[in-house]
Ligand binder design. Structure first.
Ligand SMILES: Nc1ncnc2c1ncn2[C@@H]1O[C@H](COP(=O)(O)OP(=O)(O)OP(=O)(O)O)[C@@H](O)[C@H]1O
Ligand SMILES: [Mg+2]
Length: 396
């Protein structure tokens, strides 16, 4: 069966802002002061952060700029594995996908070679398989390896007089992994200090520099970062799609599957489920499974209902009693996608259930980790409308 082409809507504004920001940096050989900024992309699960970043990394051509896209997936067993994975991904990106797209495969390969031969000697390059190389690198301090690899990248980008952008997507995974075994502060501190150092002139052995883009669906890490690099960060919030674009995504995706939906009904659907693209796509999957050719109002409301019911069932079995208790209180304040200040929410919960502040905080944090609650500078709210509806049954 043929899969219909992917629909892409909106985000011109975000893409343009990010590209302009990158272009505002001088080339490495230009002796011009530059803004010291790390771009931090923040937005709820599935809102489209990765889509925007991949588009910038792979589909847009920014003159005189190299891009390296790194994505953390799942949770790694320790910080060691995490850094190795990061190095692995950067090298693969240089070697294959990313830089082939930019017509830079040879240069990427050169950098990988320089890095490997520095640690393992030249003979490894021709003979060894990728897995063996990664395995051999395990002897070294992963943070050092990482910094060295970036250094070599900087060196080349300086020689070529090109900007170097490193994108780290799903950054919350990074910090969650680190916090598992090692003392969180130590690792975050050294990595963040490293990040902020890369933002200063003359701090590197090579003269190139890196432009970092970090993306996270968990704002708590933003506040964590803030302590160390507040002056270096430019936060960019990615919000749900506007109603018009959300409708376009719904209509066009369904069209791709030969299903027709009227504009009026699409509008109503979007008002019901919100503008989170991953939720809209999830709904289209439900519609496709239901195997209808034309969508009536009643049919679609029924399908939305079953989507919410499935989620509710999942939460019923997966959430602990304490989490349910906390959510029951939280629902009173968070319905209709309202935000409430984090400390206020904790206070309300601890006072109404009688939990200690620490306990209330732990549970709320866990609900954020489970992608039920979302926090940003405005406060805490539900991740999206569907999650809210699945949990706030008793509220009209
Ligand atoms: N602008 C868009 N147009 C069409 N589809 C989109 C758009 N943005 C996101 N999507 C789709 O929505 C889904 C989620 O997007 P994406 O993975 O980019 O979100 P995310 O913010 O990175 O999520 P997470 O926090 O889970 O990493 C994907 O299937 C993606 O194709
Ligand atoms: Mg993502």
């Amino acid at each position: 069966m043929m899969t219909p082409p992917r629909v892409f809507v909106d985000r011109e504004e975000e893409v343009r802002r990010i590209i302009n920001w990158i272009r505002s940096f001088p080339l490495p050989q230009q002796n011009i002061p530059r803004t010291r900024n790390i771009l931090l992309i923040i937005g709820p699960k599935g809102v489209g952060k990765t889509t925007i970043l991949k588009r910038i990394a792979y589909e847009e051509t920014i003159p005189n700029t190299y891009m390296v896209y790194v994505e953390f997936r799942g949770i790694y067993s320790d910080s060691y594995q995490l850094f190795i994975e990061m190095i692995n991904q950067i090298m693969r990106e240089l070697n294959e996908i990313g830089w082939r797209l930019h017509g830079l495969r040879d240069l990427g390969f050169k950098i990988v070679k320089a890095f490997i031969s520095k640690y393992l000697g030249r003979e490894f390059i021709e003979e060894m398989s990728w897995d063996i190389i990664i395995d051999k690198l395990r002897r070294y301090n992963p943070l050092t390896l990482f910094m060295d690899l970036i250094d070599i990248l900087c060196e080349y980008s300086y020689k070529e007089n090109k900007r170097l952008v490193i994108i780290m997507d799903e950054f919350q995974v990074f910090i969650e992994t680190i916090s598992r075994k090692v003392r969180r502060d130590y690792f975050i501190k050294s990595f963040i200090q490293y990040l902020s150092k890369t933002q200063e002139w003359g701090s590197r052995t090579s003269r190139g520099y890196t432009i970092f883009i970090i993306s996270t669906s968990d704002y708590t890490y933003y506040t964590n970062l803030m302590d160390y690099i507040v002056y270096h960060i430019w936060p960019l919030y990615i919000e749900e799609l506007d109603e018009q674009y959300a409708c376009e995504l719904l209509i066009k995706t369904l069209q791709g599957h030969g299903i027709w939906i009227s504009k009026e009904i699409a509008n109503e659907v979007v008002r019901e489920i919100g503008g989170n693209p991953s939720i809209i796509l999830q709904l289209t999957q439900y519609i496709i499974v239901h195997d209808v050719e034309e969508i009536t109002r009643d049919a679609i409301l029924g399908i939305i209902h079953s989507l919410i019911e499935d989620l509710r069932r999942k939460y019923r079995s997966e959430l602990s009693n304490e989490e349910k208790k906390v959510l029951r209180i939280a629902c009173q304040y968070l319905c209709h996608q309202n935000y409430i200040e984090y400390s206020k929410l904790i206070d309300i919960i601890s006072r109404s259930i009688g939990y200690s502040v620490d306990k209330a905080r732990n549970i709320v944090d866990e609900l954020m980790r489970k992608n039920i609650l979302y926090i940003n500078r405005a406060g805490v709210r539900f991740q999206n409308r569907v999650v809210e509806k699945a949990l706030c049954i008793h509220i009209p």
